[in-house]
Design a protein around this ligand. Structure first.
Ligand code: CP
Length: 300
C-alpha cells in the first residue's frame, strides 16, 4: 500500500500508527532480527537530513537494510538525464519498498505506474509531507492525549509549506479544533488544503501580538526559495518567534517546527520549557518505524 497523502489514511489508521509508535518508544529496540532480504530504496531528488536519515534509521532498527539513491547525474538542462520511469523500473529489481522525495508536486503520477512495491511520500514539491505531519501530530497527541478540541497557531509561510498542508489535512479528520493562521496575506493557506478542515473545525487569522491562548505554536518558517520568490528579511522578521514572544505563551503550550530551523525561531527560545521541536524530532524515529512497519512490511 502506498502512502502518498494524508488523505490515504483514516482517523483510525492515524491513531493506530501512534499506538505502534508508542510501542517502539517504550521498547528498548533490541529484539529485531536482521532481514537483509527486504531492502528499502531511499530515492531523494532534493536534499534531506531528517526524513532520509530518519527512515534509514527506522528501517535498520526494524531489521531492514536500505539503499540510497540521491540523484547526482547531470540534469536535463545539462543535456542528459534518465527518465524517472526508467529509474523506477531499474530500482524495482533491487528494493522492496520506496521512500521518495522529489521537487515536482505531481511526481507520483509519473512514478506509481511503474513502482512494484509500497511508496512512502517523503515530500513532493510544495504539496504534501505526510510522514512529517504524522510526526507533528504525534507530538501534539503524546502531549495532550488527543487531536480534538485544541487551539493551534501556525506561523510563517503557510501557502508553500508542505508540512503545514499535510498537518491541516490530518487535523481535518478530527473536530473542534481552532487553527490560527499568522502569515502575510499572500502566504495564507490555499482553499484546497483547508476545505475539509473547516467542515468540523475553525480557521482564523491572527497577528503575532495575539499569541497566548494556543496549546500548540507551530512554526512553519519561510523556505529560502519558493514559487513567489524570496522574502525580504523585513517581512520574515515579523514572523520569527523570539524569546519575548515565547514568554507570552501559556506554560503548557508547546512550540513545534518540522526542522530544519533556519531563523524562524530564535536560538534563545530553545532553553524555554515550551520549546518542543527537538523532542518532536527525537520521537519522529518511532513514528517512522511505525510507518515502515505498517506500510512496507507484512505486519500491517
Ligand atoms: N522536516 C524535514 O522534512 O526535514 P528534512 O528536509 O531534513 O528531511
Amino acid at each position: 500500500m502506498n502512502f502518498l497523502s494524508i488523505k490515504d489514511i483514516t482517523k483510525k489508521e492515524v491513531l493506530d500508527l501512534f499506538r505502534r509508535a508508542e510501542k517502539f518508544r517504550n521498547d528498548q529496540l533490541t529484539a529485531y532480527k536482521i532481514n537483509t532480504l527486504k531492502m528499502g530504496g531511499l530515492l531523494f531528488f532534493t536534499p534531506s537530513t531528517r526524513t532520509r536519515v530518519g527512515f534509514e534509521a527506522a528501517s535498520w532498527k526494524l531489521g531492514y537494510k536500505t539503499i540510497l539513491l540521491d540523484e547526482t547525474k547531470p540534469s536535463v538542462s545539462e543535456g542528459w538525464s534518465e527518465s524517472i520511469a526508467d529509474t523506477i523500473r531499474t530500482m524495482n529489481a533491487y528494493v522492496d519498498f520506496y521512500f521518495i522525495r522529489h521537487p515536482n508536486s505531481a511526481i507520483f503520477d509519473q512514478i506509481t505506474p511503474y513502482t512494484k512495491y509500497p511508496v512512502i511520500n517523503c515530500g513532493n514539491g510544495n504539496d504534501e509531507h505526510p510522514t512529517q505531519a504524522l510526526i507533528d501530530a504525534y507530538a501534539i497527541w503524546s502531549k495532550f492525549g488527543r487531536l480534538d478540541n485544541l487551539t493551534i497557531t501556525i506561523i510563517g509561510d503557510l501557502k508553500y509549506s508542505r508540512s503545514v498542508h499535510s498537518l491541516i489535512l490530518l487535523l481535518a479528520k478530527f473536530s473542534g479544533n481552532t487553527v490560527n493562521e499568522i502569515a502575510p496575506d499572500e502566504l495564507v493557506l490555499e482553499r484546497k488544503y483547508k476545505e475539509a478542515f473547516e467542515k468540523k473545525n475553525v480557521l482564523m487569522r491572527l497577528e503575532k501580538t495575539d499569541l497566548g491562548k494556543e496549546q500548540v505554536l507551530y512554526s512553519a518558517g519561510f523556505p529560502p526559495v519558493n514559487p513567489s520568490g524570496t522574502f525580504s528579511q523585513k517581512i520574515i522578521r515579523k514572523y520569527i518567534i523570539t524569546e519575548i514572544n515565547a514568554k507570552t505563551l501559556s506554560e503548557d503550550c508547546i512550540i513545534l517546527n518540522p526542522l530544519p530551523r533556519i531563523d524562524e525561531i530564535a536560538v534563545a527560545v530553545d532553553n524555554l520549557p515550551q520549546a518542543h521541536y527537538f523532542i518532536q524530532n527525537e520521537h519522529g524515529l518511532y513514528v517512522r518505524m511505525a510507518i515502515v512497519e505498517a506500510f512496507c512490511t507484512n505486519k500491517a
